[in-house]
Design a protein. Structure first.
Length: 174
């Protein structure tokens, strides 16, 4: 079992992790996703407590950037169009002087496995593909887009004594 107390940062894929993997497409090719507000709140809690958080996704839609900017992520921590996720993961770790063992990475499909294995804790939703579940150190009881990221972030932050809500800080930041 991975040591969740060592985790000082979080990174995650979008489709199938922060969403249920469903996509709506308009006639112009713009893709629309539905995000879980509870997952977003957990990202805000992590940011409020100083945890670096990254999005590393193959998705290219600027709506992803817009969503996670509202959660307090700096633009440079939102990696869109990632085709080699381990490269972006290493960049994130380097910029925050993190050892990969200090990061929990959430993925749900085959392109995430290498990054999950490099991270201190490779995490996935319970409805991830079988290969990803087999590679995971931690499997959420929740499916993608339905609170799996919230469960992981909350579990880590509670173990570290950081899961306490400060309304004054929240109002100031968000």
């Amino acid at each position: 079992m991975a040591d969740l107390k060592k985790i000082r940062a979080f990174a995650f894929d979008i489709d199938g992790v922060m969403t249920d993997g469903g996509l709506l497409c308009d006639l112009n090719g713009e893709l629309y996703r539905c995000f879980d507000a509870k997952d977003g709140f957990a990202v805000r809690m992590a940011r409020m407590k100083g945890y670096p958080v990254a999005v590393i996704t193959g998705g290219r839609s600027l709506t992803i950037r817009a969503r996670y900017r509202t959660c307090g992520l700096p633009q440079e921590d939102i990696y869109l169009g990632s085709r080699d996720k381990i490269v972006d993961f290493k960049d994130f770790c380097r910029r925050y002087q993190l050892d990969a063992s200090e990061v929990m990475y959430f993925g749900d499909d085959i392109p995430d496995i290498e990054t999950m294995q490099a991270a201190g804790v490779g995490a996935c939703p319970c409805d991830a593909v079988p290969e990803t579940i087999a590679a995971a150190d931690w499997v959420s009881s929740r499916p993608g887009g339905k609170g799996c990221v919230r469960e992981g972030i909350e579990t880590v932050m509670k173990l570290r004594g950081d899961w306490d809500f400060d309304v004054a800080v929240y109002k100031k930041l968000y």
